[in-house]
Design a protein around this ligand. Sequence first.
Ligand code: SAH
Ligand code: SF4
Length: 361
Amino acid sequence: MQYAPTVYAARFIMVDIKNLTVEELSAFIAHLGKEKFRASQIIKWVYQKRVRSFDDMTNLAKDFREALKGIAFISTIQATKVEVSKDGTKKYLFHLKDGNSIESVLIPDEDRLTLCISSQVGCPLDCGFCMTGSGGFVRNLDTSEIINQICAVQDDLPEEAQLTNIVLMGMGEPLLNYDNVLKAIKIMIYGEGMSFSTRKITVSTSGIVPEMLRLGSDTNVNLAVSLNATTDEVRTRLMPVNKKYPLNKLLSACREYPLPPRRRITFEYILIKGINDSLEDARRLARLVKGIPCKINLIPYNEHAGSEFRRPSDEAIRAFQEILQNVGYTALLRTSKGLDISAACGQLRGKLLKDLHHKEH
Ligand code: SAH
Ligand code: SF4
């Protein structure tokens, strides 16, 4: 009997340079017999000179550039919509290659230019007050999709303007996409590349305890914890993740968190009328975080269509803040920017592929 010849198709996956840290890129080009320092050169071209093709990397030998072209590429993402708020905030809607979209928000503020980026398409944690959560979860972002939000916005800025701060506070829970987020942070801080200081990067989490501690040992970027309530009952109602990581576990992790000298954890506390904004809550909050080097950001709830919650009155907000300040906390009022274009905290939704399907069917 004759056997049909089997054809083995050479399955070759092109590597996206923006998915690689400098160590990974060094290892990758070592296979081509290239020295480590070439990896830094490539990174410099990509993130400092912002070229989009290996052909432009003129300090690399021609045959090396050709070899790279055969095995790797430099990805980009496109903004399909940019909205500008009257307060100067800018919201970018980015199209991803699988048809989903994510949002990033640029927040100009005196001498700072902060970019708030997404880490997931949607979010699985379903916090009752958050639009991202109510849209459900689709998938984690790749490292390159996280990094490309920064590249695309930087490219959109005038020549002399530089992003100064990066906050992972957009769509998604960054610590549920730990590996890609950590790689993205390594890319952001690499000195020959984007070269952000760890002081200028903040990861915001709903309190995924094991990964919080991992983050603290793997890097020293700033940590922001979305606390939002002072009892387990209320916190679980607002944030179902509290069932798994209740307040005592979360606050113990904050106490254990390896903070570099003179750094503080940020606690974010959304103020919602009649739910978590009583003076008793303010006193309990002060007791809960006692001993933790921290500052507290009070965020008046951003109302959105269909939500059952309301923002407290200005007097209630002020009274809450004063209790914390009177016992010595730094408690800042963070009125969200970009409300008129739904770019404020908790209003990012993107466009999910599954929604489009729903509409079609
Ligand atoms: N998943 C992470 C980061 C993204 S959410 C986290 O939960 O921390 C970023 C911040 O927006 C969180 O502090 C969250 O509590 C806040 N937020 C969500 N919905 C909000 C709303 N409607 N009004 C004000 N802040 C909101
Ligand atoms: Fe997810 Fe954060 Fe929104 Fe909660 S607040 S649903 S964790 S993005």
